[in-house]
Design a protein around this ligand. Structure first.
Ligand code: CO
Length: 134
């Protein structure tokens, strides 16, 4: 069912500082930052050609990455995003296998303007998984 690795997301306490590390030390092309109030994060993307890295900074009072950053104050790998052809078919398959879908359980529009869902890390080897329809 899953296709390509769309991105790896890293939660960071300071997006400007993290962007500078990727730009200056690692020589990456870092996008302009984008605020996503519905997801409680501000993001930048780093396009690596075969996949992307997404840097996430908390936005607003109840950001979903706030607790993660409390446990990992210098930041850390937050989730991994796999591409799927059909988000509703993927959701049906997840529900039928007993996997827990986070939030409302319905797809939301993600950072790339495409429908996404998040799956509980305890059901996927300790890793928060995002599925994105491409
Ligand atoms: Co993501």
């Amino acid at each position: 069912m899953i296709g390509k690795l769309n991105h790896v997301a890293i939660a960071v306490p300071d997006l400007a500082a993290a962007s500078a590390i990727y730009r200056e030390q690692l020589g990456a092309k870092v996008s302009a930052s984008q605020a996503l109030p519905h997801h409680g994060v501000t993001v930048v993307f780093i396009d690596l050609g075969n996949t992307k890295v997404e840097l996430l900074e908390p936005l607003g009072e109840d950001s979903p990455i706030a607790a993660f950053l409390e446990k990992n104050p210098s930041g850390g790998m937050h989730h991994i995003c796999y591409e799927v052809d059909d988000i509703n078919a993927a959701l049906d398959r997840m529900k039928s296998t007993g996997a827990r879908v986070l939030g409302s359980g319905e797809p939301k529009v993600g950072a790339h303007g495409k429908p996404v869902v998040f799956l509980h890390p305890k059901d996927f080897c300790g890793t928060l998984v995002e599925l994105e329809q491409v």
